[in-house]
Design a protein. Structure first.
Lengths: 313, 177
């Protein structure tokens, strides 16, 4: 047997023995960004399909949460920056090659756009709402004429928001576990799934509940399919990718991932949702909590596992 | 002009003079380093091979840190030297995670820091501090575009390797073997 011992004199507390530059703020932000993207996609899509009266929670109510979710996410992002007073530099540069630059600009546009989107629905939700100033009222009436265009732009930007968080990680080939393009679609699907679960939890209409439970079941199926592909891709990759996959196939991340993310976060809720559709009594809070917690855990595990995987030379 | 460095692994004794010279020259904060020594022992006792390398930022021609930087703080300077502009760095750490050589660190003031090939010395025609103090003359710095430079001649006449070229980074620090 050939043995190799590598002794390094490098002093770098953030990198040695394993990289840990991103703590909890980043996965927490990825989680909030994913859910916000999911909420906006459903709201905009069902508006374009003209189903706003039939699906009020998805179209009108849920977007109310988006500015808060994105706001908390932005605070988490700022807390992560180590040179935070210079954060404005994000908006003096456009870097096409940097997913983080895409993310910053997308967030910068989606935040005001989502507020404008909510403003066009506020009077539907709260009939007694009064804008107080006639100018605001006129502006919002004018905006309502352009709802279709807003919805189209929102869908485009929300897909970018939902995907970029995964693409951001997959752009780092230095961290083999992240270096798979399936992370983008996987994060998008999981963000959509969590928001679908939230819609069916908050909805009081049977039609809306059942539609979003059905959508969620399909999305969880897609997620499971992509998770299998993620590992197939890694196992068919180079030595560093195989080692990265092995962290989940017997290594340190095996139990947290397969038990908590896949078992409790995807398989159990999908079974509960199927039973729900068959009119079995399932406390509505159970699947939604499992799905949202699994969603958060998925991002924590992916961010940590990526930092633990590396090239050896 | 394409600046590059070659480290002769047959001459390097791992004395860490390059590390100390760098820390002094560049006022590197205590507890961090811009260059470091790696000793790689291969084999089973008593049949052993030892390779000693002085490592640092590879000043890649296809640098992932420059690509992933959202603000252009990480950029290519003259001769392909990869630098960080402190006043543009937001401390997002994307460059740290994108570097397969783990050559970057967070300066206590918040921005990201790393080897600069001592550009302030190179601009005056001097060698980087690590190269100039090496007691065994194990390091060569120069211009790969000049066929008569010491580094071009060493690379033409010696066997060499670079670190994880399969990462696609096109590194500009070479190891003579």
């Amino acid at each position: 047997m050939i043995e190799e011992i590598i002794t390094s004199g490098r002093m770098n507390p953030e990198i040695d023995p394993i990289l840990h530059v991103w703590g909890g703020e980043i996965p927490f932000y990825l989680f909030l960004g994913g859910i916000s993207a999911g909420i906006l996609i459903f709201s905009a899509y069902f508006t374009l399909r003209g189903r706003q009266e039939e699906l009020p929670v998805a179209v009108k109510w849920m977007p109310l949460a988006v500015p808060f979710l994105i706001g908390i996410g932005l605070i988490a992002l700022l807390m992560d920056l180590s040179h935070v007073l210079y954060f404005w530099q994000l908006f003096t540069n456009i870097r096409w090659e940097s997913p983080m630059s895409w993310g910053a600009w997308t967030l910068g546009i989606i935040m005001p756009l989502s507020i404008a989107w909510i403003a066009t629905w506020v009077e539907d939700i709260f009939p007694k709402w009064d804008w107080k100033f006639d100018e605001v009222k006129t502006a919002i009436e004018w905006l309502k004429n352009y709802r279709r265009y807003m919805a189209q732009i929102l869908i485009l930007l929300s897909v970018i928001l939902g995907m970029y968080t995964g693409i951001l990680l997959s752009a780092f080939n230095a961290r083999p576990f992240w270096n798979t393009s399936i992370l983008g679609p996987l994060f998008l699907a999981s963000g959509l799934s969590a928001s679908a679960a939230l819609v069916s939890f908050f909805s009081k209409s049977e039609v809306e509940k059942r539609l979003f439970t059905r959508i969620d079941i399909i999305l969880i199926g897609i997620e499971l399919f992509m998770i299998v592909h993620l590992f197939m891709g890694h196992l068919a990759g180079t030595q560093v990718h195989i080692q990265a996959a092995q962290m989940f196939l017997g290594g340190a991340f095996t139990v947290p991932f397969w038990v908590f993310v896949v078992g409790l976060g995807l398989l159990l809720p999908v079974v509960l949702e199927i039973l729900e559709l068959k009119h079995k009594f399932i406390p509505a809070i159970v699947p939604v909590v499992l799905i949202v917690a699994g969603n958060l855990m998925l991002r924590f595990i992916v961010v940590n596992a990526g930092q633990a995987s590396r090239w050896l030379y | 002009m394409r600046y590059a460095m070659a480290v002769d692994t047959l001459k390097c004794v791992g004395c860490s003079d390059c590390v100390v010279a760098c820390q002094t020259e560049n006022d590197v904060p205590i507890g961090h380093c811009r260059d470091w020594i790696v000793e790689k022992t291969t084999g089973t006792y008593p049949e052993l091979q030892l390779e000693i390398r002085s490592e640092r930022c590879n000043h890649c021609a296809n640098a992932p840190c420059v690509r992933t930087c959202p603000t252009e703080a990480s950029h290519y300077a003259e001769g392909g030297i990869v630098l960080v502009e402190e006043s543009e760095c937001i401390g997002c750490k994307a460059c740290i995670t994108s570097c397969p050589y783990d050559a970057r660190f967070i300066h206590p003031e918040g921005y990201v820091d790393k080897c600069t090939f001592c550009i302030h010395r190179v601009e005056k025609g001097q060698n980087p501090a690590c190269v100039s103090v090496c007691p065994t003359h194990a390091m060569i710095f120069g211009d790969l575009d000049d066929p008569n430079s010491d580094i071009s001649r060493a690379m033409a006449t010696r066997k060499w390797k670079s670190l994880i070229p399969e990462a696609g980074t096109d590194p500009k620090v070479f190891y003579l073997i």
